[in-house]
Design a binder for this molecule. Structure first.
Ligand SMILES: C[S@@+](CC[C@H](N)C(=O)[O-])C[C@H]1O[C@@H](n2cnc3c(N)ncnc32)[C@H](O)[C@@H]1O
Length: 170
């Protein structure tokens, strides 16, 4: 039987199609999960959002491009797009935390990736038991539930934590 090669290109088109069909490029945070963390951190900035899904009054959308902004001294909430740009978001979150921001990230626990090893391991990791029941807009624009098909973690980047870690390693 002829074997069909599962090439990189085919794989990318396949997953893009599936995600677009599901309208699931944006995995919106369930309110209960956000509120629980907000109680603990008192977030001041949602670094990636849009006018329909921002969790806080102050947010960056694609137009401002959160990746290009200075996150200052904000306590940031970050549930980034889960596509190919995710590594840029994790790197940015880590770098901003080396300045003055605190960044709490809701991300897929992709422990096989370079970004996990290069950055996430420098933060505080809280694995989420079970799967997050995300919300998202389908192709008709309706808000529907999207249970994740992967595990998630909360990763917290804050300078203090990294300093304590570095001094205990010295
Ligand atoms: C996973 S959703 C998270 C939405 C919301 N903050 C939440 O926690 O539910 C990611 C959002 O990032 C937005 N986004 C994509 N690129 C962006 C960029 N360069 N700067 C800011 N936001 C961006 C998307 O439009 C989308 O609304």
């Amino acid at each position: 039987m002829e074997e069909v090669l599962y090439t990189k290109d085919l794989k990318e088109r396949h997953s893009k199609e599936i995600f677009q069909k599901a309208g699931a490029y944006c995995w919106e945070t369930p309110n209960e999960l956000f509120e629980e963390l907000n109680k603990e951190f008192n977030f001041t900035l949602d670094v990636c959002a849009d006018e329909n899904n921002h969790k806080l009054d102050i947010y960056f959308s694609e137009k401002e491009d959160g990746l290009k902004q200075d996150w200052g001294k904000n306590i940031c909430w970050m549930n980034p797009p889960y596509g190919r740009t995710i590594s840029k978001w994790i790197k940015k979150a880590y770098q901003e935390s080396l300045k003055e921001a605190v960044v709490v990230c809701l991300i897929p626990s992709r422990t096989e990736t370079n970004w996990w090893w290069d950055y996430c391991l420098k933060g505080e990791i809280r694995f989420i038991r079970g799967r997050v029941n995300f919300k998202g807009r389908n192709t008709k624009g309706e808000l529907v539930n999207y249970p994740a098909t992967f595990g998630n973690a909360i990763v917290i980047f804050r300078k203090q934590k990294q300093e304590v870690r570095n001094s205990s390693q010295a």
